[in-house]
Ligand binder design. Structure first.
Ligand SMILES: O=C(O)c1cc(=O)[nH]c(=O)n1[C@@H]1O[C@H](COP(=O)(O)O)[C@@H](O)[C@H]1O
Length: 240
């Protein structure tokens, strides 16, 4: 599946029920909508919701951040690939054999034409340097740790990584421009950062080369989610 066919704005449907998710999608009503179904919604509604979104012509990123032994993630990836999703996530921290197993699972679960993009989570955008060093136990800067995982992900056959926008230039200059970067932690000017440590505005994220911007609360918890979605699209269009 080519990244160019997909909308660069991914709406994180971090809501409790399928009805809420479908209502949001209906209200926003963008023709090429790309949404993320994460743990909260997938654990509540399962594959049926993904099917309902697909039936409405919506591209789906299933973000379950796989992280287990290679055999288990291979099976999980195969099951997800069968759902016809456009993108899925795996934690780079699982290592090469696990990342390669995800790829095998995806290939077993989908045809080459429908193969979802596989992106490796480097360091969560809620992770600061202090958390990385003192709690996770990885010394050095966040940038260094993120780049290490990006290189591992690329050499293990991943299509790209999830990282913070400010790490994109370093990743692109090392892994090449076609290696995909998916960046959460997006906050339009003036929005609360919530639990995110490494944030960027839509404009800055796109300017520095991010391929996909993941936006949750700034849209779904906005007073007017439809206006919030279109304002971000407008801000992104002004960059091109
Ligand atoms: O894999 C992700 O999508 C992800 C990785 C990461 O490092 N940070 C991160 O925030 N996310 C997801 O991106 C979304 C961000 O949501 P907001 O902070 O509400 O925009 C959530 O659904 C997170 O699960």
């Amino acid at each position: 599946m080519g990244a160019r066919k997909l909308n660069p704005l991914i709406v994180a449907l971090d809501v409790a029920t399928g009805d809420q998710a479908l209502d949001l999608v209906k209200r926003i009503n963008a023709p090429d909508m790309f949404v993320k179904v994460g743990m909260q919604l997938f654990y509540a509604e399962g594959p049926e919701l993904v099917q309902k979104l697909r039936e409405r012509g919506i591209n789906v990123f299933v973000d379950l951040k796989l992280h287990d032994i290679p055999n288990t993630v291979k099976g999980a990836a195969q099951s997800l690939a069968k759902l016809g999703v456009s993108m899925l996530t795996v934690h780079c921290a699982g290592g090469r054999a696990m990342l390669e197993a995800v790829q095998e699972g995806v290939e077993a679960g989908s045809s080459a034409a429908e193969r979802p993009l596989i992106v490796g989570v480097t360091q969560l955008t809620s992770t600061s340097e202090q958390i990385l060093n003192e709690e996770i136990g990885i010394p050095g800067t966040v940038e260094k740790a993120v780049l290490h995982y990006a290189i591992l992900a690329q050499s293990s056959g991943m299509d790209g990584v999830v990282c913070a926008a400010k790490e994109v230039p370093l990743i692109k200059s090392t892994c090449g421009t076609s290696f995909i970067t998916v960046t959460p932690g997006i906050r339009p000017f003036g929005c609360d950062n919530h639990d995110q440590a490494r944030v960027a505005t839509p404009r800055d994220a796109l300017r520095i080369g991010s391929d996909f911007l993941v936006v949750g609360r700034a849209i779904i918890q906005a007073e007017d989610p439809v206006a919030a979605y279109h304002n971000i699209i407008k801000e992104m269009n002004e960059v091109n």
